[in-house]
Ligand binder design. Structure first.
Ligand code: SF4
Ligand code: SF4
Length: 247
């Protein structure tokens, strides 16, 4: 499925000095095609004035070497190598706040386009995607296997090193909260609240049908194995429960 022409595609690929292409053109085209083939692409990219309003209002642009205008321009001009380069680091700086989408006079959604680039980075098993998602493996294990979110013990300095000194602000009140409200989930990856067995099994179907598990397998095969084992066990439990109802 293709939604746009490739008339603006950049002709030259590779380092202009060494003339050595870091990635084969075929691969770069495949990556761009995956981004462009997503049904959201044409809704989120309507052209670009290069006005920079998105970057001026982007919180991430204030703190990182990141510009939504640059991301949109790379995609609009079909700069295949630039797109690939941006996927190695820059795309992971976006906070997904969508301020840019609310401001763009062209009705673009730079944040949405960044999301497509991220999904494609995951699909292609890029190292940038693996390293960004690695610290969240425990969260993914809990969320996918139980249908639940963070347990309080996960919010600590070790798991959120990128918060820098600010992590102490969440650590301090949590200590008090933990004493006041002793959560049974402390130091565990079990559920913070009980998710119905039928709901869990339905969620597994959603994770499978939407390709979430395929993406997970690409990014972290060990985690995928652990999660699929848990899913198999819960499905067996659910089948047993159904059998009991028939008796
Ligand atoms: S994406 Fe929109 S706001 Fe950003 S530079 Fe292009 S036209 Fe301007
Ligand atoms: S969605 Fe991303 S690119 Fe857009 S304003 Fe927010 S942080 Fe910036």
């Amino acid at each position: 499925m293709s939604h746009s022409s490739t008339s603006r595609v950049q002709e030259y690929i590779g380092d202009p000095v060494s003339d050595a292409a870091p990635v084969e053109r075929e691969k770069l085209e495949e990556i761009f095609q995956d981004i462009q083939d997503d049904i959201r692409f044409d809704h989120e990219l309507n052209g670009c004035l290069n006005c920079g309003i998105c970057t001026a209002t982007c919180p991430s642009a204030h703190y990182y070497d990141f510009s939504p205008r640059e991301m949109v321009q790379l995609l609009w001009t079909e700069n295949l190598e630039g797109i690939y380069d941006a996927m190695q680091e820059k795309i992971w700086s976006c906070a997904q706040c969508y301020t840019c989408a609310a401001r763009c006079p062209f009705g673009n959604s730079p944040g949405g386009l960044v999301m497509l680039m991220r999904e494609t980075a995951i699909k292609h098993g890029m190292e940038s995607a693996k390293s960004v998602l690695r610290p969240f493996s425990r969260v993914m294990l809990k969320l996918i296997s139980t249908g639940n979110q963070l347990s309080p013990d996960m919010i600590n300095a070790d798991h959120f090193a990128d918060w820098g000194p600010n992590v102490s602000k969440i650590d301090a009140p949590l200590t008090t909260l933990r004493k006041a409200i002793p959560m049974p989930t402390l130091h565990t990856t079990k559920t913070a609240w009980e998710v119905n067995l039928k709901t869990s099994v339905e969620l597994y179907t959603i994770w499978e049908e939407t390709g979430v598990l395929d993406s997970l397998e690409t990014i972290d095969e060990n985690l995928f194995d652990v999660i699929t084992d848990i899913m198999d066990e819960k499905r067996d439990d659910y089948d047993d429960w159904l059998d009991e109802q028939d008796d």
